[in-house]
Design a protein around this ligand. Structure first.
Ligand code: ADP
Length: 977
């Protein structure tokens, strides 16, 4: 008998029935009542009548003389709850029961026997989700108290014992098929965990490792056995050690690693039926019939072929005795779910593929570097980028780097002989004062007669016809390399979680799904339909149906192509692009709030596009206070050259809001004096507050009755009316690279937890998205706040993780804390608590990222978003001024000061799914929390539970779940209205 007499459980219930039921429950494990002790210890309790026994604290003790054979296996180790009462909520399935503060711990010698006993009693159970091991089982007694049955001597977080007994095998123990059959026959139905495999195939892409990590961990958290197939389809065909069971720790640290750590290969045998038959045999022998494939269209086609043939392979294998009838019966269907890992963004049906944005980062870094040498020598550079059938990388790099010309397969230059046009554009840009010429060419670029356009030829033309010193740079495999950028890490993670969900909800008769991103939402479509549409692009190009090819790309693609052309090439005021004279306006552009990446890129595009339309853009320096002082200057086309890649704010920015910090009368006066007929405000929440004030003041000042738009630019992403404000992506990348470095330091020092403070004001966006991208352990955000109990449970979880670590390994961990989350629990306080409570198992340090988060050069995504949004801002002003201007022109009355009274003409121009849209300030006010300076709902809040879950924690608190549901509903309502 192992009971060490440590403690008793004190039982009290609100009803006799519950009392009896619970008593019986504990008796099943060898506990007995010991009333005598109670009587002598507690007089008040002793006065309770015999028939009200349930109201007493009845003490239960493990009884070695009990006839129950469980007792010999159990040790009551620690009972945090001295009193078991009937006032608890029933345990919620979705929450990690390990986070419970009151747990009754029982050490068991035979965990399997305990599990059978629990199953027999029909007790709700939960496997510990922060490891893949079955040695700990949480169970709930009839009163809803949580019991932990553990085969370990120490319970991490509660007893600070050495972890020497903590030996781990690290893989889930699965029932063998025989065992399963036996249990089934004996009526003891215990389905084996679902086995799911992931493989990466085709060309490698940054983010594939993030996929494997998220698939493995999310799968384990759902009770599945997760496998990785090494070397793509070759691993399936070879079988054996190439199909490996993964545990929680197998994928530790994978988030930041580029390429694919489980390998990829082009596999000829898989293209044959015999090869696929072998693959089926290997899978069935492992008991696997669900695969998540991350790869390009080739790999996904292969997966679908495999799925369609699966029944015939199963039949064939059974007939030839390569598998048993039971195996054939158990694995009748194959489930395939696709994830698109491709740097080209060449898959139709999805807005973006995993790896494409990282690749774009590499290209932009290269072109930014080339820019400086091109400027120095006044040279032209022809930069060749990847994309055999897809011009996404070339076009986006063109937009993001402010290139002079791009060549892509889907949209050849209008004329068959593109050479004169290229020379024309390059020469005109030189005449405007440019010292450099950058041409970006996709490797598959074509002319209208489908003849390839090659870099060398472009070079020869520029050299020979224009006499420009021209060089060619082919970027090659640099584009595949490197650690994934923040957005790829996030995309890969949330898509992979969706892929596992798709496996778990799949049905044999539904087509294989492909997980895609559409309108900033993760969803799924038919894998084969997406592949067919992708092939149609190549076909359309082959048939010279270029308009169709553009259509088949994601919906933004054509718009982005037009944005590039309209803000770059059309500087010659071409006939049908430039507006009639009377419709041209003076557009004032100013920055407000803290600097953020993309502000300058937006200003550049607005200036150039406005020029190309015939408007007169003017730059207002130092925000509204600058406007009041009259620091205004005409913007020239060449004056903003190179601004795309400039970080910070070229115009100067501050937080002064008109009507609050600066005099509204003076603002109105300067607008009138400088004949500003449209105002574009680029900046953070102060921009939104300015809209509110300007709109209110319109009734007093006619000069404010002009179109006024706000282009959100702030790293906090707290402006209503947009999914992303400019600068958020740059900031996330800055946080990711800082946290990668901090994580490395934390690992190198012994067992260290870093509490990293990020900005965001009252918005937890950076902490949540940054938390996913940095694989943070947890995040503290204003939307949830911090409490002592939360900190306690976090300490417990960290202790559990460090207990669980290999004693020879030194793991570093990161927690992100939003700056304004709590005045009490500051970054230092949290770190000190962790240090003390870590009991030398781990220590803690802080890092305050501060203004580093504003980033240096803006990220490609911010530059592209800036370009699209800035064009929409100018279009918005044209739309809201044209009627008054036309009317004045027709009545020959001269231009009025008031151009519009319309409510919609004071608006936020923001990213709304795949679109850029304007939303009037009036319509946004009801969905804005002005006090906390943020929208009332936030789409990204849905990602919050994944941070904890993928760090090994159960699904969060019920309050947070409730909040998620509310936020989601509020978001849906907003979108509907
Ligand atoms: P990507 O997935 O990047 O498009 P590939 O086209 O090279 O890369 O495909 C990767 C692998 O997928 C191939 O080596 C092959 O094993 C498998 N595959 C491609 N197409 C098929 C197909 N039609 N049938 C079976 N397997 C295929």
């Amino acid at each position: 008998m192992q009971a060490d007499g440590f403690s008793y459980i004190s039982l009290r219930a609100n009803s006799p029935a519950k009392f009896e039921e619970t008593l019986r429950f504990y008796q099943e494990f060898g506990f007995r009542k010991c009333l005598d002790q109670l009587r002598c210890n507690d007089k008040a309790q002793a006065d309770i009548n015999e028939d009200e026994e349930h109201l007493r604290n009845v003490w239960l003790k493990l009884d070695p003389s009990s006839s129950n054979n469980m007792v010999n296996d159990l040790v009551l180790k620690l009972c945090l709850s001295t009193c078991v009462v009937d006032s608890r909520k029933p345990p919620n399935e979705d929450i990690d029961w390990g986070l419970e503060e009151q747990v009754i711990v029982l050490i068991t010698k035979d965990i399997d026997k305990t599990r059978s006993q629990l199953e027999k009693l029909g007790v709700p159970m939960q496997k510990l989700v922060n490891t893949s091991e079955p040695e700990k089982i949480y169970a709930a007694d009839p009163l809803g108290n949580i019991l932990l049955f553990s085969s370990q001597v120490a319970f991490p977080g509660l007893l600070h014992e050495s972890s020497s007994n903590n030996s781990r095998e690290g893989s889930p123990k699965l029932l063998s098929d025989e065992e399963y059959k036996k249990r089934k026959e004996s009526g003891e139905h215990h389905p084996p965990p679902r086995k799911i495999a992931i493989l990466t195939s085709g060309g490698d892409a940054p983010g594939m490792n993030a996929c494997v990590r998220a698939v493995v961990r999310y799968g384990i958290s759902k009770g599945c056995a997760m496998y990785a197939v090494y070397e793509g389809y070759q691993g399936l065909v070879d079988g054996g050690n190439q199909i490996r069971l993964m545990d929680w720790k197998s994928v530790r640290g994978w988030m930041r690693v580029g390429g694919t750590s489980i390998g990829t290969a082009r596999c000829k045998p898989f293209q044959t039926s015999e090869g696929r038959l072998k693959a089926a045999e290997n899978l069935i022998k492992e008991g696997i019939d669900s695969i998540i494939v991350c790869g390009g269209d080739g790999s996904l086609t292969g997966a679908d072929v495999f799925r369609s043939e699966w029944p015939s392979h199963v039949e064939n294998l059974k007939k030839n005795d390569r598998i048993t009838t039971e195996q054939a019966e158990q694995h009748k269907h194959l489930t395939i779910v696709g994830l698109v890992g491709s740097i080209d963004n060449d898959m139709s049906s999805t807005d973006i593929t995993i790896g494409a944005v990282t690749s774009l980062h590499r290209i932009c870094e290269a072109v930014d570097s080339i820019n400086t040498t091109a400027m120095s020598h006044s040279r032209a550079f022809v930069v060749e980028v990847m994309g055999r059938h897809c011009g996404w990388l070339a076009l986006m790099a063109g937009i993001a780097t402010g290139a002079d010309f791009v060549f892509i397969p889907e949209r050849p230059p209008g004329e068959e002989d593109w050479r004169p046009r290229l020379c024309d554009v390059a020469q005109r840009h030189r005449q405007m004062g440019k010292r450099k010429t950058i041409i970006i060419v996709a490797e598959g670029a074509l002319d209208t007669s489908l003849k390839p356009i090659k870099s060398e030829e472009i070079k020869d033309i520029l050299t020979e016809r224009l006499g420009i010193d021209t060089r060619v740079t082919t970027l090659g495999h640099v584009q595949r390399g490197g650690s994934p950028c923040a957005s790829d890490r996030i995309l890969a993670t949330i898509q992979s979680v969706e892929a596992v969900r798709a496996v778990l909800t799949s049905k044999p008769d539904t087509p294989s799904p492909l997980i895609i991103s559409r309108n900033n939402q993760i969803t799924s479509t038919s894998l084969m339909k997406a592949v067919e549409l992708t092939h149609e692009v190549a076909k359309a190009i082959g048939e010279k149906k270029f308009a169709r090819a553009m259509e088949l790309r994601d919906p933004q693609f054509a718009e982005e192509f037009d944005a590039f052309t309209a803000s770059t090439i059309l500087d010659d005021f071409s006939e049908n692009f430039v507006l009639p004279k009377h419709q041209r306006i003076r557009v004032g552009i100013l920055h407000i709030g803290a600097p953020s990446g993309g502000m300058n890129a937006a200003t550049r595009t607005a200036v150039r596009y406005a020029h190309n339309r015939g408007h007169h853009p003017v730059l207002i320096y130092n925000g509204f206070s600058g406007l009041v002082r009259g620091t205004i200057e005409d913007a020239t086309w060449i004056g903003v050259d190179g601004w795309t890649s400039h970080g910070g704010s070229e115009l100067g920015t501050n937080r002064d809001v008109p009507g609050i910090d600066v005099d509204m009368g003076m603002v109105a006066y300067q607008i009138q004096k400088n004949k500003i007929q449209g105002l574009m405000i680029i900046g953070g929440f102060e921009g939104f507050s300015s809209l509110v004030e300007l709109e209110k003041a319109r009734q007093h000042y006619p000069s404010l009755c002009i179109p006024i738009c706000h282009l959100p630019a702030t790293i906090s992403n707290n402006v209503p009316g947009t999914d992303y404000s400019l600068g958020t992506d740059t900031s996330l990348n800055a946080i990711v690279s800082a946290c990668d470095a901090i994580g490395q330091s934390a690992r190198s020092s012994r067992r260290r937890v870093f509490v990293v403070e990020v900005q965001g004001g009252k918005s937890g966006y950076l902490a949540v998205e940054g938390g996913i991208a940095c694989s943070a352990n947890t995040v503290y955000i204003p939307e949830e706040g911090i409490s002592l109990s939360r900190l306690q449970s976090d300490v417990k979880h960290l202790l559990a993780l460090y207990f669980d670590d290999d004693p020879d390994m030194s793991e570093g961990r990161i927690i992100l804390r939003t700056e304004d989350v709590s005045e009490t629990y500051t970054t230092d306080v949290i770190s000190n608590i962790l240090k003390d409570e870590g009991h030398r198992l781990f220590d803690s340090r802080t890092a305050i990222l501060g203004h580093i988060q504003q980033g240096d050069t803006p990220s490609p995504l911010d530059r592209i978003r800036a370009t699209r949004s800035a064009i929409k801002c100018i279009e918005f002003m044209e739309f809201h001024s044209s009627e008054a201007l036309d009317k004045a022109y027709l009545s020959k009355q001269g231009t009025p000061i008031e151009l519009t009274q319309c409510e919609d003409s004071v608006a936020v121009v923001g990213i709304w799914g795949a679109d850029v849209r304007s939303n009037s300030v009036k319509s946004l006010l009801p969905v804005t929390d002005m006090k906390n300076r943020k929208p009332r709902s936030a789409w990204w809040f849905e990602h919050r539970p994944l941070v904890d879950l993928l760090a090994g924690r159960g699904l969060f608190t019920p309050e947070a779940q409730q909040l998620i549901a509310e936020q989601r509903n509020a978001g849906d309502e907003d979108k509907k209205s």
